[in-house]
Design a protein around this ligand. Sequence first.
Ligand code: SAM
Ligand code: SF4
Ligand code: SF4
Length: 380
Amino acid sequence: MSERVIALVDQRHPSLPLPALPSGQDLSALPLDGLRRPLTDLRISVTDRCNFRCSYCMPKEVFDKDYAYLPHSQLLSFEEITRIAGVFVGQGVRKIRLTGGEPLLRKNIEILIEQLAALRTPDGQPLDLTLTTNGSLLARKAQSLKNAGLQRVTVSLDGLDDTVFRRMNDVDFPVADVLEGIAAAQAAGLGPIKVNMVVKRGTNEHEILPMARHFRGTGIVLRFIEYMDVGATNGWCMDEVLPSADVIRRLQTELPLVQLDPSAPGETAERWGYANAKGQHDPALGEVGVISSVTQAFCGDCNRARLSTEGRLYLCLFASQGYDLRQLLRDPAQTDTQLAATVHAIWRGRTDQYSRLRSLHGPDTASGPGRRVEMSYIGG
Ligand code: SAM
Ligand code: SF4
Ligand code: SF4
């Protein structure tokens, strides 16, 4: 057994210095980062709070009643989020995902969705606007989210067995309520719906086949995610990672699959379609995905930026520091063009590729100021 070290520390670090902007910077071309990756995807964390305590994300021992969540004044307001999102859209972003913490806990989230849904790309197209949720409030909110302009949702669900699920969310939340939320999202037209299952060896691996059987043929795409070493509090160890190749092997024992082409560049999931008797993909049966962040790094195509709840820009899920954009948003002298120039310069300076380096040199176990921020803070 590997030794577990759970850090009982505040996760927020000093921000990185903002880049100096050369005068007359050319903003006409979209920025490519230091590894020639474009910026197309922005994940916005709207709260650092959650009503679940999944041990791989917000373990109870750390996120207890004394944990210092951000006070409301520190959060970006909806107007600030929409303004900075518009700036990112001008720099190439086409897809925005709201996340957290649990995004549906943010009061009046529908108002933010309405504002983001009104944004347009420079050539007049609406954005791909989506949200990741634990599903606990979805039955109640699906229709109002749809009415506000949300296009689709991704729901996290780690198993169908009620005992296993209650243990994994660690707040005794019943699986039936999440399934009701998924049904409500489907009825409201928030599709295509994706369901994300984090697979932890020894905890929920026996739920792989029941989950696949349940969602096959429903139009819902189930995706299996390798348990990752995000943050510094979940006590991650490699022994608990079940490689995606094993997930596919287990599925194939009962449900034949054929590999499909990626749907878009930078797509994190490898796609597998359910096969018919002739061994061809049967679209009526649908597909599953595997996200192999640990065993098969996909940094080469990573086009994602993350904005934390308090307006810090992180260039990698495994980063330890971010850039404080809130300071600029709250400076009355800052114009949108200056904000765009800052985002442009930050993206051009990006060279992050943590997962690739992990596969070459092993996980980074830095503590102190170099340790990684938590996923509940920057969003998944
Ligand atoms: N609360 C929402 C939810 O659970 O869907 C949104 C935020 S959550 C941080 C986003 C996604 O990150 C979820 O699908 C969750 O399962 C995943 N996640 C969290 N910690 C993880 C870890 N250590 N490894 C892999 N995925 C993780
Ligand atoms: Fe909450 Fe989502 Fe993290 Fe679970 S994975 S603790 S639901 S933020
Ligand atoms: Fe992107 Fe960082 Fe994940 Fe690599 S490790 S895919 S750079 S977020």
